[in-house]
Each structure stands twice: as structure tokens, then as C-alpha cells.
Write a protein of this length. Structure first.
Length: 293
């Protein structure tokens, strides 16, 4: 669907999960760092989510919200009106308790039957909270395997958004079937791309908050993709908690928190003003792509 007159489509996606979450040896679910405390916390997530949703309203941007079901439930219990706050956005599934399905970090891979149990529960919980059907899925740690894909197909998800693919001559951001898993499931993949020095970069904003990248590098990436991936979808991703705590769970000082927010604001405002770009929810892009084939 690469057409000269088509814009580059850009999606802003949020992975809404516990503060500084991390897989833990010997267990399937994730805990907040430092994991020795044996806790999951949501304070930074809550604060970050409310701020980001405010910004998205200000910039009139519809986003895709991948909710971990446990986090959604905790925030609702905490008095946050998630359905109302999420109204204009797509709501999609980011697992039950941020399970490490493949056991890559936990050392305990999950059987297909327990993956099915936990994703079914997540989907049911989210559909109950939001009163909407879940069409999209993003796996914790963006890691999927044959078992996860089998489950997503059985549960009738329309798309997965966990795979990472290099944007370039071979892939211009369009959806594709997960043929390597013999599946009929569509993939809306996350892009990787090269920075101005030729170093590989991901579209997650975490590197800004960890002081490893600057926001203009993400704008440059969008500007380049605009020329090479017309009609394709370029997905950016954010963890709301990352505005206020680092990967180790250490709170940022106030000044850093403000800076993080300013960086995000800068990116959203630049993307919003960019010519030849259309910001879109992932489900809306999928509908558009299916219609135009
Ligand atoms: Zn996550």
C-alpha cells in the first residue's frame, strides 16, 4: 500500500503496566524494581498516565492504550475513572500480570494452557472494565512465541503489536501476517531504525528518560520515515511510569520529572505539526489498511 499521496501514519502507544516492572527468576508475573521488595507499585504509572492523557487531549491525539489488566484493575480500585479517561483512545491488552511467557528472564517458560488461562482472564477483565472488545495485543517485554500466537488466534484478537522489525527497503511499516507462526493473525510491528550515526534505535521513548537519547532523534526518525514509508504505520511507545521513576525504580527528582514531560510534549507537538503525517490509533489504521487493499 505504499502510495505516493499517502501520509506516513504514526501511532502513539502506551504500555500501561506497574512502575519499573521486571521479570523475576522463578515466577511468571512481574514485580516493580527493586524486585527484592516483592511488591508491585502503580503510583508513578498513575501519575504518568494522567499526565500523558492530559497531553494527548491538549494535542487532540487519539492513541492506543495497551493495559496490563492487573494495573487497570488497581487504578480503578484507586478511584481513577479509566473508562472515561480512555474514551477517545483505543483500549488493547497488555497481559494479565506482565507474564514472561517465554521464560527468558524468569527461567520458567509458561505452557500454552496457562498462557491461555491468563490472557483469557486479562481480556475478560479489560472488557468488563471498559465495556469494549479488545482487538489488539502487545506482549510483555514484546516477546511472543508459537504458544502465545496460538492463544491470540483462538481468543480472536485481530492483531498483535509485539514484534520488532527494521524499517527499510524490505518493510515499510505495513501490517503483515505472522506467517512464521503459521498464523492468520496480523502484526502491527514496532519499528527499529538508524540514528544519524547509523546506530540502531527503537521507537520506545525510554532512552530519553534514561538519558541515552534526546527527543529530537525521534523527530528525525519520523521525518526520515515520512519519506521512505508512506502509507505505513510508525508506532511510538511509552511507559507512563517512566516519566517519574527510572528502570531501577528510583524516583526522578522534580526537575527531571518536569524535563521528561517537556520532552514528551515537544515530541507530540512536533509530530502534530508535521506535514505529510497523520497520527492515528492502531485499530483505525488497521481498518484503513484492510479497506484499502
Ligand atoms: Zn510492559
Amino acid at each position: 500500500m505504499t502510495k505516493i499521496d499517502e501520509p506516513l501514519y504514526i501511532a502513539i502507544s502506551l504500555d500501561i503496566d506497574p512502575d519499573a516492572n521486571s521479570a523475576v527468576k522463578g515466577r511468571h508475573d512481574a514485580l516493580s524494581s527493586p524486585t527484592e521488595h516483592g511488591r508491585v507499585t502503580f503510583e508513578a504509572c498513575k501519575r504518568g498516565l494522567q499526565k500523558i492523557l492530559e497531553l494527548l487531549d491538549i494535542f487532540d491525539i487519539n492513541a492506543t492504550l495497551f493495559y496490563e489488566a492487573r494495573t487497570a484493575q488497581m487504578l480503578v480500585t484507586d478511584g481513577v475513572d479509566l473508562p472515561k479517561l480512555s474514551e477517545r483512545h483505543e483500549v488493547a491488552c497488555h497481559s494479565l500480570k506482565h507474564e514472561d511467557y517465554l521464560g527468558k528472564a524468569s527461567g520458567v517458560p509458561m505452557e500454552e494452557v496457562s498462557i491461555e488461562e491468563s490472557i483469557t482472564k486479562a481480556k475478560d477483565l479489560l472488557e468488563k472494565i471498559f465495556g469494549r472488545e479488545m482487538r489488539g495485543f502487545r506482549a510483555p517485554y514484546t516477546r511472543i512465541n508459537q504458544a502465545v500466537v496460538n492463544v491470540l488466534e483462538r481468543l480472536e484478537f485481530q492483531y498483535d503489536s509485539s514484534e520488532t522489525v527494521a524499517l527499510g527497503a524490505k518493510w515499510k511499516g505495513c501490517p503483515f501476517l505472522l506467517e512464521k507462526f503459521n498464523a492468520n493473525l496480523l502484526e502491527l510491528a514496532l519499528p527499529t531504525f538508524l540514528d544519524s550515526k547509523g546506530k540502531k534505535m527503537s521507537s520506545y521513548f525510554w532512552a530519553i528518560f534514561e538519558g541515552q537519547r534526546v527527543s529530537s532523534e525521534y523527530i528525525d526518525a519520523a521525518l526520515r520515515a515520512k519519506e521512505t514509508a508512506k502509507g505505513g504505520l510508525f508506532i511510538f511507545s511509552i511507559h507512563p511510569w517512566h516519566l517519574y521513576v527510572d528502570c531501577q525504580g528510583k524516583p526522578f527528582d522534580e526537575e527531571q520529572g518536569i524535563k521528561n514531560l517537556e520532552n514528551l510534549e515537544y515530541i507530540l507537538s512536533r509530530l502534530k505539526q508535521m506535514q505529510g503525517v497523520q497520527i492515528i490509533r492502531q485499530d483505525a489504521y488497521l481498518d484503513h489498511w484492510l479497506l484499502s487493499r
